[in-house]
Design a protein around this ligand. Sequence first.
Ligand SMILES: NC(=O)c1ccc[n+]([C@@H]2O[C@H](COP(=O)([O-])OP(=O)(O)OC[C@H]3O[C@@H](n4cnc5c(N)ncnc54)[C@H](OP(=O)(O)O)[C@@H]3O)[C@@H](O)[C@H]2O)c1
Length: 376
Amino acid sequence: MDGHRTVAAAASGARRVACVTGATGFIGSWLIRSLLRRGYHVNATIRDAGKASWLLSALRGGSRLKIFEADLNEEGSYDEALKNCQFVFHVAACMEFNTTAKENIGKLFPSRRTNMNSIVIVENHVRTKILEPAVRGVINVLQACAKSGSVRKVVFTSSISTITAKDDEGELRSMVDESSIIPINQVWKTKPKGWVYVLSKLLTEEKAFQFAKEKGIDLVSIIPPTVAGPFLTPSVPASVQVLLSPITGDPELYPILASVHSRLGSIPLAHVEDICNAQIFLMEQPMTEGRYICSAGSCSLPELTDLLSKNYPAFSSKRFHENSCISIHPVISSKHLTDLGFAFTYSVRDIIQQSVTCCVEGGFLRLHENEDDMVP
Ligand SMILES: NC(=O)c1ccc[n+]([C@@H]2O[C@H](COP(=O)([O-])OP(=O)(O)OC[C@H]3O[C@@H](n4cnc5c(N)ncnc54)[C@H](OP(=O)(O)O)[C@@H]3O)[C@@H](O)[C@H]2O)c1
């Protein structure tokens, strides 16, 4: 793999074919749109052919967009989609936020009480039924890259859930970068909100780098924070629902936001368009290596609630009002990315305002207080 050849191919006007996994998702669908607008040919993978019609009409890619059926859980299912591709954006992932150990136990064994034995059973379930398949899924995609003989570079989509601002003593650091990785053992031990998702992102990314190194694949990883803004999907993306939870009052989603705030000391955000631009930027840059945080800025929970209320006055008087006792708001640094020359287009205010507007215009957020809040 040679990053210089990637740029050379682009410069010479050669046909550029990129594969996007997770095409039906929030980021995947927006990324395809961004790639098509830049003149790329896109092989988009979806796991359910029934979802192709909304995607095709939302993206209008004509002959430059091809849809392939592929599932992370099916070995070899990405081989066809990756044939003749030079670039791969691996975006697909199981988005099971699966909350606390207690809730997992409740789901698996409704009549059982939490004890050591049931925790071991839950851990085994998570390991064998969620984490091992997730790791096999990423290897499945990378095997297809290796087999293709054409793939030059892969951008893996990681997550800010792999990052913590807390040091060994549990105190918040003033600055957080790509090396501030949350220790896997700590996640197994403490099982914070969303622990299964955190483990899945940590393990799949680690395995992706390891496998890529073994096979000589040029792989970089982007680390998005909470991504929001407008969306092409027919329903409200999970991350937009999480962001808007202070005004919708969703009791399942708000704790996810609160947990991010507690781990990072603020809520880092990025606009979906900036995330997709950064993914393409990293793909096109010749000299990239490792992980790249892509956060436009952060706000505290009270600031977020305030901004949401300003953009959505109908609900300003209710829902969650968080009094943050966090005095340090660590800087979540995107310096690794911006030092390469990447510039963000959208601010935290833009992200919040556009998320609310898109939900209201799509009929997902009700304008009147006596109606149900959010239609997913
Ligand atoms: N949105 C955020 O705030 C955020 C933040 C950090 C990182 N990320 C990462 O960004 C990526 C995309 O997130 P998103 O917000 O776009 O999520 P999303 O809207 O839920 O999209 C997830 C995509 O993955 C696909 N997928 C799930 N399981 C699959 C499987 N077994 N085989 C093949 N495809 C599968 C889904 O397909 P179906 O439509 O068939 O379910 C969907 O297309 C994920 O890797 C996520 O971890 C997102």
